[in-house]
Design a protein around this ligand. Structure first.
Ligand SMILES: [Zn+2]
Length: 336
């Protein structure tokens, strides 16, 4: 690429991707909380995160809440391990090569067995750029992702995420390259790994166009990706309210005991229902405003009254207004 063009394009691409990342991620908490977390992760060689058992043969590492920075090397998601009779399966190994290497060292503390498969929940790079570390250590590993995720990576989505991580971590992710899924899956696909059944759920556009939720049948666990976040207001601009609500209503029918969100603490169905409640209240307020011939800006007056239970969730103040407007435009589009 011509050098002049390249220097112009890169900052634009980076700022577009920053928007995408904040769409994916929980909003940053208060400045003081952020500072406290940053100082606790100051040592560069230190990786102060470990896996917790959340169900039979299932562990989750609950990642940091702040956005990618030089200290966390981009780490901010919830990698998961499922132990099967044929080896280990990893869900969303993390955001960069460096994070992947740290996560693999923590996996070893749970089990010495080989990693035989990886599932990637969606195209946002904070969840899957660490595939590279897994593939380097286990060249035969199968990496599964939704058909649309493979297509978006083919179109360059992975490279732009690599650039974004490099810029946000100020080079701490250097060496990270795109290693995307090599096995495309769609809704209702069942993959047996040894004695364990992985069932894929996708109900159309939800958090993004590329989401899969992974039900681990024998363990009664669902990995939700970013279709559900725990205890925080989502960024919704890469998906739709209606689609996300549909996805959640469908996954609740699994009757699973344990649900793992893309960010925030693992819980039972009440955690999922709380998140669904927020999305539904915003969408219902938008419908009400539309039916009463009000403007998109009037949705906020309704949601301010109906969503008070969520007022302490990070992101509430900044996002309630824009999300009312987004939901209103979805209602409008559905009418025509
Ligand atoms: Zn996301």
């Amino acid at each position: 690429m011509n050098q002049t063009i390249k220097t112009v394009i890169q900052p634009v691409a980076a700022s577009l991707l920053l928007l995408a990342l904040t769409a994916c991620s929980p909003p940053a908490d208060t400045a003081s909380e952020k500072a406290a977390e940053t100082s606790s992760t100051q040592s560069k060689s230190d990786f102060p995160h470990s896996f917790e058992k959340v169900a039979k043969n299932t562990w989750v590492m609950h990642g940091p809440r702040e956005l990618p920075n030089p200290q966390n090397k981009g780490f901010m998601n919830n990698p998961g391990i499922v132990k099967t009779s044929a080896g280990l399966v990893i869900i969303d190994p993390g955001s960069t090569l460096q994070v992947g290497e740290n996560v693999l060292a923590e996996v070893k503390k749970i089990s010495d067995e080989d990693i035989v498969a990886v599932f990637n929940t969606h195209v946002h790079g904070d969840h899957w750029l660490a595939n590279q570390a897994v593939k380097a250590a286990y060249p035969d590993v199968k990496i599964y992702g939704h058909t649309n995720m493979l297509a978006e990576i083919e179109d360059g989505a992975g490279d732009t995420w690599v650039q974004l991580m490099d810029s946000m971590t100020e080079g701490a992710s250097k060496g990270t390259i795109v290693v995307g899924p090599d096995n495309a899956v769609e809704n209702a696909r069942v993959i047996k790994v040894g004695d364990t059944t992985f069932k894929i759920h996708n109900y159309g556009v939800a958090h993004t166009k590329t989401d899969i939720m992974i039900e681990v049948v024998e363990n009664s666990v669902v990995f939700l990706g970013d279709n559900v976040l725990a205890l925080r207001i989502p960024r919704t601009s890469d998906g739709t309210f209606q689609g996300n609500i549909t996805a959640i209503n469908n996954i609740l029918k699994s009757g699973a005991k344990t649900y793992v969100p893309g960010h925030g603490p693992t819980g039972d169905k009440t955690m999922v229902e709380a998140y669904l409640g927020y999305l539904t209240l915003v969408y219902d307020a938008a419908k009400k405003a539309f039916e009463e011939d009000l403007d998109s800006s009037d949705v906020l007056a309704i949601t301010k009254k109906t969503t008070t239970a969520y007022k302490d969730w990070p992101g509430y103040k900044e996002l309630l207004g824009p999300q009312g407007a987004q939901a209103y435009s979805e209602v409008e589009a559905a009418e025509f």
